[in-house]
Design a protein around this ligand. Structure first.
Ligand SMILES: Cc1cc2nc3c(=O)[nH]c(=O)nc-3n(C[C@H](O)[C@H](O)[C@H](O)COP(=O)(O)O)c2cc1C
Length: 354
């Protein structure tokens, strides 16, 4: 079977395999390792400052001459008042002190929100040729600006209507994200109740609705799951959780251990950590926030409020008080370098299907 597809042709790849952008976990080293082997590495910069965005792009460029994608968040920041946030602030202060972490009020209020508008000029100046995004669709001016620079755009859809929306807005490729996927749902059409469609059902439906190439995401972590995605019409696959255990990942050791031990039922969807629905391994902080009954502020407010506590927990190696984003196939995560994990997948695939 040939690895060639519209995605490999357009993006100039050897293999139609993308390493998923994973903010907080993926790194320039991970993205470069995959790009260097002929896949597409992704650099996650959603919500980061322009300075950090530029640094990460420079770092990735210093590690690979091959194309890589830069991934943005296309969300709006909702209006809010300090009173809206106060109950959650109190809860997080209480949970932190119970656990022995020192947090003060400024840790939960002193935040600055960056959107893709703050990052766009940098991507254009840096000549980024592939931009992927999630949580919405870029506005038409930004789409035009990026396209004028020859950029290929990849949006994320979790249902057919979102895929059609992206196609109508001139997006070149669509990441079709099944409910199995780790991390945040890319969902963005508010009038539809949270789409929870499995990749087996979603992919063929999106494929028959749109004409643009589709990249399958969610639960893919082996030659067999890659093959299944191709059989269902995928033009490429995007793999996230399988790279969390790699040497290049920022995940702390106890997060990697939990991944490897995870059973099929250990992940769940939650809004507790960020205010947006996301899939991760259930832990104590998630359960405490959910059972508190305190209203969870919308993304990115909750995400910013919890950031310091998450950081303290990570420094302490405490996997019960940080986010453990992971997909439903988490339990089969392998350790090793990103290069090894990537090449193993390619090798297994060639052995089974060539
Ligand atoms: C730790 C983690 C962080 C993620 N962060 C992002 C992100 O920054 N941008 C994005 O578009 N998707 C993000 N995702 C979703 C992935 O792009 C992808 O849809 C998902 O990993 C595919 O499912 P899998 O984890 O089962 O392979 C993240 C996923 C994980 C597991």
């Amino acid at each position: 079977m040939s690895w060639k597809s519209t995605v490999t042709d357009i993006l100039k790849l050897e293999y139609p395999i993308l390493q998923a952008p994973m903010l907080g976990v993926s790194t320039p080293e991970m993205a470069a390792a995959v790009s260097n082997e002929g896949g597409l590495g992704s650099l996650a910069v959603g919500g980061l400052s322009p300075e950090v965005t530029r640094q990460l792009i420079h770092k990735t460029k210093s590690l690979t001459n091959n194309p890589f994608a830069v991934n943005l968040f296309a969300h709006a920041v909702p209006p809010y008042t300090e009173e809206d946030l106060e109950p959650m602030r109190q809860l997080l202060m209480h949970l932190a002190s119970q656990r022995g972490y020192q947090l003060d009020a400024t840790d939960l209020s002193d935040f600055r929100f960056y959107t893709y508008h703050d990052q766009l000029d940098i991507l254009i100046q840096e000549g980024i040729s592939i931009v992927s995004f999630t949580f919405g669709c870029l506005d038409s001016t930004s789409i035009q600006q990026l396209k004028n620079g020859g950029c290929t755009l990849i949006g994320t859809a979790t249902c057919v209507e979102e895929a059609l929306y992206l196609q109508q807005h001139d997006i070149d490729m669509i990441t079709v994200q099944g409910i199995e996927a780790g991390g945040h749902r890319g969902t963005f059409l508010d009038h539809i109740p949270l789409p929870q469609v499995g990749l087996f059902s979603l992919l063929p439906q999106v494929k028959s609705a749109v004409q643009v190439p589709c990249i399958a995401a969610g639960g893919i972590n082996s030659a067999q799951t890659i093959k299944a995605a191709f059989e269902l019409g995928a033009d490429a696959v995007q793999i996230g959780t399988a790279f969390i255990g790699t040497d290049e990942s920022l995940a702390i050791a106890s997060y990697k251990d939990k991944l490897m031990a995870a059973k099929d039922t250990d992940t769940t969807l939650t809004r507790a950590f960020s205010g947006r629905w996301a899939r991760g391994i259930r832990n104590e902080l998630m359960s405490e926030i959910e059972k508190s009954g305190v209203s969870i502020p919308p993304y990115p407010l909750q995400n910013s409020m919890i950031a310091k506590l998450r950081k303290l927990a990570q420094q302490a190696g405490d996997s019960d008080y940080t986010t453990l984003w992971a997909g439903q196939s988490a339990g089969r995560t392998e350790r090793g370098s990103a290069r090894e994990v990537f090449l193993n997948l390619v090798k297994q695939y060639k052995t089974l299907y060539s």
